[in-house]
Design a protein. Structure first.
Length: 56
């Protein structure tokens, strides 16, 4: 039996967060600004950017 979590407490766990971080970086928004705008930690933004090259 598989279940899917519909509501997430932490913003970085929500679906689509990874793509938002990548899009913001491609549009010239800095890492610290992205973290502040999205309400996630700087290390979370850096981790998503670091792992974005591996997913392709």
């Amino acid at each position: 039996r598989k279940t899917w979590q519909l509501q997430f407490t932490y913003t970085a766990s929500q679906p689509g967060t990874h793509q938002k971080i990548i899009d913001m970086a491609m549009n010239g928004v800095g890492c610290r600004a992205s973290a502040r705008i999205m309400g996630v930690g700087l290390n979370t933004v850096l981790r998503h950017l670091k792992n974005s090259g591996r997913s392709r």
